[in-house]
Ligand binder design. Sequence first.
Ligand code: PEP
Length: 252
Amino acid sequence: MEQNRKPLIAGNWKMFKTCSEAADTAEKLVKLTAGVNDREVLIAPTFTALSDVRNVIKGSHVLLGGQNLFWENEGAYTGEISGQMLVSAGCSHVIIGHSERRQYFFETDETVNKKIKAAIQSKLIPIFCIGESEKERESKNTFSVLDKQVSKGLKDFSSDDVKELVIAYEPVWAIGTGKTATSAQAQEAHLFIRSLIEKKFGKMLAKSLRILYGGSVKQNNIAELMSMPDVDGALVGGASLDAETYAKIVHF
Ligand code: PEP
């Protein structure tokens, strides 16, 4: 973790929690992480719980994110949510291209690119997820997969467009599996991603860009991961669902 990149700890609540459960967890999290100002804390509840969660975190340090968006602002797109709708629900960030969306909802690098564009136009900070599968790692294709995901996902953007972008490196084999990348594996991938950003957008942006690690982050591995120079935070799934557990990760 570089001192000039403020760490971001983001909780992805996936398809868990009713409105009241989400509000209750968020309220506890606000209390348990009160006073934290050297890192950013974010939660991304389901769409239905955004408004209730917004009410309990209002005025606090806890930030709100969406888990997905559609690239049009409005229209006949049953079941979809736009960037401006997320903003109106109090979101500052949005997760884009999570591997579960790529796997179960057929998102591609091209649709991810459109979604990042829509997020930027709505003034949302995209948390752009990339990462290789187990098979791709075993066949030594990790770097080529990351290269393709970054170049296609960030196609046709200027460095100004992506100045606030956050990238989440999430090896698919580590998500929800209890297998975590070693800190050395995470550092190697993050450094590679930063070099891709430098080639595409220049040194300045590469230096300021935050790259989060995601994949079975827990209380017992967060400190080690965060000790790596190119790990600037974490995207936490399962371990963010309980306020006490998540607060311990925030306080790593
Ligand atoms: C995630 O959902 O982005 C994630 C990393 O999940 P988990 O922490 O449960 O592996």
